[in-house]
Ligand binder design. Structure first.
Ligand SMILES: NC(=O)c1ccc[n+]([C@@H]2O[C@H](COP(=O)([O-])OP(=O)(O)OC[C@H]3O[C@@H](n4cnc5c(N)ncnc54)[C@H](O)[C@@H]3O)[C@@H](O)[C@H]2O)c1
Ligand SMILES: O=c1ccn([C@@H]2O[C@H](COP(=O)(O)OP(=O)(O)O[C@H]3O[C@H](CO)[C@@H](O)[C@H](O)[C@H]3O)[C@@H](O)[C@H]2O)c(=O)[nH]1
Length: 683
């Protein structure tokens, strides 16, 4: 494909062939194939044939000798948790590529084009300010300065240094580093078809939840959004474009995509790749910037390999080549489901052992430490608790189980369903323990649930075990179920509880649930406290019955924030180097008069676009009067709870049920709490 075609996109309805001439290939009208990638054709034949035009998935009609064309334009369909941050990082590290994120939801797109994006992830805003808004040239000392705390001080040094001497002089070159200006290369829009038609690579990153009705309900993947996007891509993608599955999809979905393309555009060549995402909520930017692996599945044909190499080149802008794993397309699809299923399985495994510990006197944390020291097992993902939540683990384990059932492998399906069963067992065992300890009646009692999000440092509540625990406790008729979460916004929690558990659950409608913005008010006069999310705020505070131990150097460093990343590894700093320095400067700055988004120690950022009238973050700020309260600022720790104060204002006998193993049991018992902990024998 000639580069001039790549740079000057044609209208959405114009087809251009690889050699640049206009194609006569027809574009079919809207339509759906009604395909189920899981239940369709599982004959197990190694040569898979495209059913619609008889062409094998890997067949090419094209000259395979030409070099991989450079990628100049990427379109990501789906501006959600995955599409937004992934595209932002791709754009940050590839300033020569135009990255456009498209979504059918205009409200979501408006928010991406504003000061308050629809999701909060630490570090995301700084990346948007560079890639979406364009950035100014800036310079800074190449070595750490003596006064790391003086953000503005260093800033003034920079301007003196860059304006007072010739940038080519010897002294300047060794003391000052300059990072160039860049125009915006990240865009958010609802013009789905147009942007697809302009792209060399189309990433599909739409939601693929569990089906909630019909065949396979509660287990199979709901491919509605993915199928709809595939049809649009098939009609509008430019010939020769590479279509990438970024969504988590059932194994063999690539065949469906290829079939759809062939149906709509026979005789036009497209490559289909699988490139699943492994980021976790709350650490998305860190995970993307330092990905331990990038997985790309492709056809084994020369064109498949070329497409894979082109996508790999995008990641190679910041990920070392050796971390990019290439496989066949179905292996890649399956690997994503297996990665999540194995992580979920580890949690269920340790939670099954927690039940054994509770019955025997062994301690699950001690067992986890002992087994985790074996490098063949490893120590991660062995924290026992009330079970995993989140939008991915349950749905992906169920999708794998459904796949196995579709392949007539009921034993495999049953094995993986056991992971979900154990997860529910962990959660329900905890609620049952609370009720049992409280004399099997909650009538007239106040219980306080600490933590509503599915994991710490996020306000994401999808599939949070706390929700089901609240439902079970409410059935026992307590006087009050108080809820406090350091990260979630109370009015949003109330809205969710009303939606998931019914409006009658709320105190305002006569129910037992009251949501608090203050932990101490939530715990006041409580009969029992339940820790349901592993927030650091809930850990035993240093205000204890014993003197504080001398903190270790690593603890001192952790409190001080990130270290100065200078001098950088390479002479030409990367955008990641800049962000690391920026984070260090902002964290070290003592200037608290600046609102967080305005903190710009190097004067690199342009003004951010305004929010629209319907921005929920702005509305929330107006309502609460607190700037930065809510998702836009993310989680700003309020510090650890003062457990002594909480104990003083609670009712006897001071029950504390630790569902996440976060408190120090002996300290809490010395304070007077009656502690019941997951994975430890109770009274
Ligand atoms: N959330 C995570 O942490 C995570 C991590 C790894 C992988 N995944 C996978 O990535 C995929 C996306 O997940 P997500 O969390 O980003 O979902 P999401 O719900 O946050 O975002 C999906 C977006 O797609 C848009 N969309 C749906 N249909 C569309 C259409 N026809 N045209 C244009 N836009 C459309 C929606 O409006 C929405 O904004 C899923 O398959 C998920 O399993 C998610
Ligand atoms: O030892 C542990 C570790 C985690 N959890 C719980 O497990 C859940 C999931 O945690 P985590 O994996 O950190 O968060 P997710 O954002 O759900 O990320 C998972 O799901 C994503 C979506 O597919 C993947 O991309 C990530 O790699 C995968 O970690 C949370 O409820 C945690 O409390 C435990 O109970 N014990």
């Amino acid at each position: 494909m000639s580069s001039s075609n790549l740079l000057s996109p044609l209208p959405a309805d114009t087809d251009v062939t690889l050699d640049g001439s206009v194609s006569t290939a027809p574009t079919t009208p809207d339509g759906s194939l009604g395909f189920s990638p899981v239940t369709d054709d599982f004959s197990g034949n190694s040569t898979v044939r495209a059913r619609l035009n008889g062409r094998p998935l890997s067949t090419t009609l094209f000259d395979t000798t030409t070099r991989t064309p450079p990628v100049r334009n990427i379109c990501c369909v789906g501006a959600g948790y995955v599409g937004g941050p992934t595209s932002a990082v791709i754009a940050l590290h590839n300033p020569h590529i135009r990255v456009t994120v498209v979504d059918k939801d205009p409200k979501r797109i408006r928010r991406w084009n504003s000061e308050h994006p629809p999701i909060y992830e630490p570090g995301l805003n700084d990346i948007l300010r560079i890639a979406r808004d364009g950035a100014k040239e800036c310079s800074f000392p190449s070595e750490p300065t003596k006064s790391p705390l003086g953000g503005s001080e260093v800033n003034s040094d920079i301007s003196t240094s860059s304006s007072d001497c010739d940038s080519q002089c010897e002294g300047h070159r060794s003391e000052t580093t300059t990072i160039g200006a860049r125009p915006p290369n990240l865009f958010f829009t609802t013009e789905v078809a147009k942007c697809i038609s302009e792209a060399d690579i189309v990433l599909i990153a739409v939601n693929t939840p569990t089906k909630y009705r019909g065949n396979g309900a509660g287990s199979a993947t709901d491919m509605t959004a993915f199928e709809a996007v595939t049809a649009v891509v098939a009609q509008h993608a430019r010939p020769g474009a590479t279509i990438v599955e970024k969504s988590t999809v059932p194994c063999r979905t690539a065949q469906f995509v290829q079939d759809t393309l062939a149906l709509h555009r026979p005789n036009v060549h497209f490559e289909v790749l699988s490139n699943p995402e492994f980021l976790a909520a709350g650490t998305a930017i860190k995970d993307l910037l330092n990905a331990d692996r990038i997985l790309i599945g492709s056809n084994a044909t020369p064109t498949g390999q070329r497409a894979s190499a082109a996508l790999a080149s995008v990641y190679e802008s910041w990920i070392p080549r050796e971390r990019i794993i290439t496989t066949n397309v179905f292996s890649s699809e399956l690997a994503k489901l297996v990665a999540n299923s194995m992580l979920a399985q580890r949690i269920s495994s340790i939670n099954s052992i927690a039940a054994v510990c509770e019955a025997t006197g062994a301690d699950v944390d001690e067992v986890a430490k002992a087994i985790g020291a074996d490098p063949r097992i490893g120590s991660k993902f062995l924290k026992a608790g009330i079970g995993f939540g989140g939008s991915c683990f349950k749905k992906d384990v169920l999708s794998l189980a459904y796949l196995a059932e579709s392949l007539r492998l009921p034993e495999v399906a049953e094995y993986w369903r056991g992971v979900i069963m154990m997860n529910e067992f962990a959660r329900d065992r905890f609620s049952a323990r609370v009720v049992r300890c409280l004399n099997n009646t909650l009538v007239g009692k106040k219980l306080t649930v600490l933590g509503y999000a599915f994991k710490k440092d996020t306000n994401d509540t999808r599939e949070s075990p706390a929700v089901e625990i609240i439902r079970i406790l409410a059935e026992e008729g307590p006087r009050e179920i108080a809820i406090y979460d350091p990260c979630c916004v109370p009015i949003q929690m109330e809205e969710e509880i009303s939606r998931f558990l019914g409006p009658d659950m709320l105190r305002s409608n006569g129910g037992p649930v009251v949501v608090y913005a203050d932990a101490y008010e939530a715990c006041n006069a409580a009969d029992a406290l339940l820790i349901t999310t592993e927030f650091d705020e809930f850990k035993t505070s240093t205000i204890s019955t014993t003197a504080d131990p001398v903190p270790s150097p690593s603890v001192v460093q952790a409190k001080a924030g990130p270290a100065d990343p200078r001098p950088f590894k390479s002479l030409e700093p990367t955008e990641s180097d800049f962000l690391a320095l920026h984070a260090y400067m902002v964290k070290s700055s003592t200037n608290t008069t600046l609102a967080l988004p305005e903190k710009d120690p190097f004067n690199r950022f342009n003004p951010m676009p305004d929010c629209s009238e319907d921005c929920p973050d702005c509305q929330l700020q107006k309502l609460t009067g607190v700037a930065g309260y809510g998702a836009s600022q993310g989680h700003i720790s309020k510090g650890r709870l003062d457990w002594r104060k909480i104990h003083y204002h609670m009712r006897k006998p001071h029950w504390l049920f630790d569902g996440r193993r976060v408190v120090d049991i002996s300290t809490m018992e010395k304070l007077g709490f009656r502690v019941e902990s997951v994975g430890r024998q109770g009274r």
